[in-house]
Ligand binder design. Structure first.
Ligand code: 4NP
Length: 171
């Protein structure tokens, strides 16, 4: 699968206030990690006022939970303290955010199906499209049933992709 920066992201470049929602299945591993990585980048660049960042999951079974302990351990080793509480994606997210960044193809397809309008459907993009390295990956894979390498790979992909996503938006 060829990666391409989605047009919707290019169209948002330079906008005053940009809302980004990261979405995975459980909202306890990948998307709260993406939120943490992006929050830190935005803070480092002093852009807090321009960006609203959140995360959510398509499966609501972990609602209210902190991120998975393994994800928190791997993240804190790189300086990211993850304190998000899991929540399910809601229809109002399509109004409240400019970009809805999915972690894998299943997340992407389900979010596109949920989108109430064609314009909202266009807000749904894939995280992997912003990743420059890791040519062997075609998504940010679910680490839930993997060992430590799975969680490290998630963070590697997110650190690569979030820098490039922010570079596109924060011109
Ligand atoms: P995530 O990982 O989508 O990256 O948060 C998962 C977490 C929980 C489950 C699946 C994936 N689960 O089936 O409970």
């Amino acid at each position: 699968m060829k990666r391409e920066i989605p047009e919707v992201a290019k169209d948002l470049a330079g906008k005053d206030k940009i809302g980004i929602l990261f979405v995975c299945l459980g909202n306890i591993c990948r998307s709260p990690a993406a939120e943490g990585v992006m929050r830190q980048l935005v803070e480092e660049r002093g852009l807090e006022k321009r960006f609203k960042i959140d995360s959510a999951g398509l499966y609501g079974g972990h609602a209210g939970d902190l991120p998975d302990h393994r994800m928190r351990v791997h993240a804190i080793q790189r300086g990211y303290g993850l304190i998000h509480r899991s929540r399910k994606v809601r229809m109002s997210d399509f109004d409240d955010f400019d970009l809805i960044v999915s972690m894998d193809h299943s997340n992407y397809d389900r979010l596109r199906e949920m989108a109430p309008t064609v314009d909202d459907e266009k807000k749904v993009v894939r995280m992997i499209d912003f990743v420059k390295g890791f040519p062997q990956c075609d998504c940010v894979p679910d680490p839930y049933y993997d060992g430590a390498e799975g969680f490290e790979l998630v963070l590697d992909l997110l650190e690569d992709g979030c820098v490039n996503l922010l570079d596109v938006l924060a011109v």
